[in-house]
Design a protein around this ligand. Structure first.
Ligand SMILES: C[S@@+](CC[C@H](N)C(=O)[O-])C[C@H]1O[C@@H](n2cnc3c(N)ncnc32)[C@H](O)[C@@H]1O
Length: 200
């Protein structure tokens, strides 16, 4: 994996309970988006999924094609215990950048900010590669800087737009209006659609 923050780094964070990003449930922006999705058979990928409360929500709301990926084994094991009837074959312990399949929707929440900023352009390209034509990236990006060294790594709308512009139409890219309290005013809600002419 081309980053300092490898599987061992993240696994240790879970083992030491240093998981400040884990909010313990699905967040309102993601829930609201899922609640208006009529097609429950879309292939949905949640990368850097951690404890994946969104996947639990989707599964309980009868979405049938949800895939999780994380480099660290612990959160996937936690998830398997918490949601025992979720198909194990869709829990992928892998590096996002090595995935090959294609999806209709990729869900972003505190995965982008966990990657070293040097990987941001590669994230945008990889995400486009993993989406079917017309597929979407939906989720949240931090719109703030952090005083401590990352992860999380912050940034702003202008910087992010430059990474995504080569591959995506910007359906929505603005301040999130229903973030959880500690993140209010500090998150962007994004819906990006893979462009038909995207060269990935
Ligand atoms: C900050 S946590 C966020 C977890 C989850 N999205 C949440 O909101 O609770 C970042 C997650 O990304 C995972 N991760 C980091 N680099 C990864 C990579 N290259 N491929 C897949 N997962 C990765 C880590 O193991 C960790 O679970």
């Amino acid at each position: 994996m081309k980053q300092d923050f490898n599987a061992g780094f993240w696994q240790q964070r879970y083992q030491n309970d240093q998981t400040g990003w884990d909010v313990g449930g699905i967040t309102p922006p993601l829930q609201e988006y899922f609640d208006q999705m009529p097609n429950k058979h879309l292939r949905i990928l949640i990368p850097g999924c951690g404890n994946a409360y969104e996947a639990e929500y989707l599964h309980h709301n009868r979405f049938t094609q949800v895939y999780l990926v994380d480099v660290a084994p612990e959160p996937l094991q936690n998830f398997a215990q918490r949601v025992p009837d979720f198909p194990k074959a869709r829990l992928l312990q892998q590096d996002y950048f090595e995935l090959q399949d294609q999806y209709d929707l990729i869900v972003e929440q505190t995965f982008f900010c966990a990657l070293h900023p040097d990987l941001r352009a590669a994230y945008a390209r990889k995400t486009a590669q993993l989406l079917k034509p017309g597929g979407k990236l939906m989720g949240l990006l931090f719109d703030t800087t952090f005083s401590q060294p990352g992860p999380p790594f912050g940034g702003n709308s202008e910087e992010y737009r430059a990474y995504f512009a080569p591959y995506f139409e910007f359906i929505h890219f603005g301040k999130s209006r229903n973030s959880i309290k500690p993140r209010q005013g500090r998150e962007l809600f994004i819906i990006l659609q893979k462009r038909a002419d995207a060269e990935v």
